[in-house]
Design a protein around this ligand. Structure first.
Ligand code: SF4
Length: 644
């Protein structure tokens, strides 16, 4: 049997780890038509199969590993894949995407999705090859770091081209922000997906495929693809793309510091005076030795570094992204870039999210400065700002759940609960997820983005680059001439509800398709019309050529993920910001005095989203319009549907 729609591999695996049973199923037609792939399909699966009672670390939790129709096909970029579940860190929606080559390889094995439930009685890994899959013993891999795990799997199969997605000791030890590592140094980092794999005794996935993918109408698809590629050549973003090729995301250290948005000293301010020491020029000139690209990407932002000598000498490793430079750098007042390379590398080998790890250490340093913790609490470690020796020790202590590291392994929200007193005031998170590298006091729409993001305080579900990069023609085209000026004003809350709602919907499609956000969304090269151009000729789903259908699909996915969180208790009260970011004006730097007007933006956002202002709950008519009748009925029984 072949799946009706092209571009997909056509099958998914439904795996009960407790019983060791693998069920190979044909892809569901309605999943593709209504939710496209990636995050959309994951939302549908997780809505249907999990709920309030699901313990994120219990065998009943469901882990979805997914790709999209644009994964592994001729498209730039096409190397992306995703993981989704109920998060052990936040207790709500968990999702993380990663580039590289594993996603395409999984599709070449013949599988669009893998769904894991249960808990294996002993460590296993999933091996997929050309339409077949088996669970293999991973007892000998348990306890191994991610690079050794990948090497051993390749060795075992005598195939150095096998692609892997594996966890390290942090995931096995149930650090709540453990990541999944792909191709040695690419991470699905956020929300603890690696922790869930560890709880299931699942060490990793390995794929070696040679099956092809087809387009429904190859001639038309190639034509549509050419149109999208031409967009990348527009002189409008020539400089941005050149910078991304030269510096990777490290150039954001300089750009964001200049705006006054670089989290510094656990968000005491947004400007770091020593930012040049951890910024793009020094890294490019002194350490970078090569540049790499994910599957199919014509940009290639990933860079490789070495450190020749000193305490942190290393052979070639993946250089840290902007977020890692921020988390272990400015956030902890650490201007020693080689130590940041080292901690980033340790996080990749241990399988730990660099953002949550660095932000949690910064939180502990803040507590230290304010006398809330002392050396009696920290196993004798001095946690003064920028104490590199203590930071480096803590990274491994967290991964191994040793001493004070055991408390920090819980993330800032839970660590603050354990420490007690005023510690919660220093925990910079939303819904339990440590804030990524943007301070919302310097950029109004980021405040709203953090508050409404279904996975918590980060920028990857809706950030708009329009305000900081300033594309008036594009902004006017998307939102109309009248609103464009206010939308482009970075410190104005006006029209930001509409902007964030629109970006959330666009990102929902990108994360369902599944494509990378760098290069094609920052700068704003692609938009909704990318999907109306390429999906129909690729898949044969004609409705996807219709913009109204595409926008409805985007809204459907956004609402379903929000409903997933409502069912777990999320209301307007939780769509909030930590007190420091909401009430203490930015004290120094270019954005001095800035504060987000969250209430105003939330009201507008709920209006555009089709939700009630008081609670944030969806309106019945909106859900019915999107075909989410069962979701409306479920939320209604729980009192989580708008009364209006
Ligand atoms: S822009 Fe960078 S992260 Fe995105 S696909 Fe290309 S190389 Fe990978």
């Amino acid at each position: 049997m072949t799946f009706d729609y092209k571009g997909y591999a056509g099958y998914y695996l439904d795996i009960d780890l407790t019983k060791g049973k693998i069920h190979k199923q044909e892809m569901e037609k309605e999943w593709a038509r209504l939710y496209l792939g990636g995050t959309g399909v994951a939302a549908k699966i997780l809505w249907d199969r999990t709920g309030l009672e699901t313990n994120p670390l219990g065998p009943e939790n469901v882990l979805v590993v997914g790709t999209g129709p644009l994964t592994g096909v001729m498209f730039s970029p096409s190397g992306r894949m995703m993981f989704a579940s109920k998060s052990p860190l936040t207790g709500v929606w968990a999702e993380s995407h990663v580039g590289g080559f594993f996603g395409p390889e999984m599709k070449y094995c013949g599988f669009d999705f893998v769904i894991f439930t249960g808990r294996s009685p002993k460590p296993v890994y999933l091996f997929m090859q050309d339409g077949k899959a088996e669970l293999r013993d991973a007892s000998h891999l348990w306890g191994k770091e991610t690079d050794v795990t990948t090497d051993m799997i390749r060795e075992e199969h005598k195939d150095p081209s096998i692609e892997t997605a594996v966890i390290g000791p942090a995931g096995e030890n149930q650090v709540l922000y453990s990541s999944v590592i792909v191709d040695y140094y690419r991470a699905a980092g956020r929300t603890g997906l690696g922790t869930i794999m560890g709880s299931k005794n699942l060490k990793g996935l390995a794929a070696s495929g040679s099956l092809g993918l087809e387009a429904y109408d190859m001639e038309k698809y190639l034509e549509a693809n050419k149109v999208e590629m031409e967009k990348l050549r527009d002189p409008l973003w020539k400089d941005s793309l050149a910078s991304l090729r030269k510096y990777g995301t490290t150039d954001l250290v300089a750009i964001i510091n200049e705006i006054g948005r670089l989290p510094t000293k656990n968000h005491w301010t947004g400007y770091y005076e020593l930012a040049d020491d951890i910024g793009p020029e020094i890294i490019a000139n002194k350490y970078r030795i090569a540049q790499e690209a994910c599957h199919g990407c014509v940009v290639g932002c990933k860079y490789i570094i070495t450190v020749k000598d000193g305490d942190y000498a290393t052979g070639p490793i993946g250089g840290p992204e902007y977020e890692t430079l921020m988390a272990f750098g400015s956030n902890c007042m650490n201007n020693n870039v080689e130590s940041i390379f080292h901690m980033g590398k340790r996080c990749d080998l241990l399988g730990m999210d660099t953002i949550s790890c660095g932000k949690t250490i910064g939180f502990a340093m803040d507590l230290w400065e304010h006398g809330i913790i002392t050396s009696k609490d920290t196993d004798g470690l001095d946690l003064s700002w920028g104490n590199i020796e203590s930071m480096v020790k803590l990274v491994d202590m967290i991964a191994k759940q040793q001493g004070f590291g055991k408390i920090l392994a819980q993330g800032t929200r839970k660590a603050a609960e354990i420490i007690g007193g005023d510690a919660w005031k220093y925990a910079i998170h939303v819904k339990g997820l440590e804030a990524s590298g943007q301070d919302p006091r310097a950029h109004q729409s980021i405040g709203l983005t953090y508050a409404t993001n279904v996975r918590g305080a980060d920028h990857l579900r809706s950030i708009s680059c329009l305000e900081e990069l300033g594309y008036p023609e594009i902004t006017a085209k998307r939102f109309g001439e009248e609103k464009a000026d206010a939308i482009l004003e970075i410190m104005s809350p006006t029209h930001k509800g509409e902007l964030v709602k629109d970006m959330e919907d666009f990102y929902a499609l990108a994360d369902s398709a599944v494509i990378c956000k760098y290069a094609v969304m920052w700068p704003p090269v692609y938009y909704m019309d990318t999907f109306t151009n390429v999906i129909a000729p690729l898949t044969g789903m004609d409705e996807w050529a219709d913009m109204r259908f595409v926008r409805r699909a985007a809204e459907r996915i956004s609402h379903l993920r929000r409903a997933f969180n409502h069912r777990l208790g999320i209301t307007r009260k939780e769509e909030n910001l930590p007190p420091r970011l909401l009430k203490d004006p930015m004290p120094t730097g270019p954005s001095k005095g800035g504060l987000p007007d969250l209430d105003m933006m939330l009201d507008e956002y709920y209006d555009y989203r089709g939700c009630e202002r008081e609670t944030g709950f969806p309106k019945r008519n909106k859900l019915l319009e999107l075909g989410l009748d069962d979701v409306a009925a479920d939320l209604d029984t729980r009192g989580m549907l708008s009364k209006n």
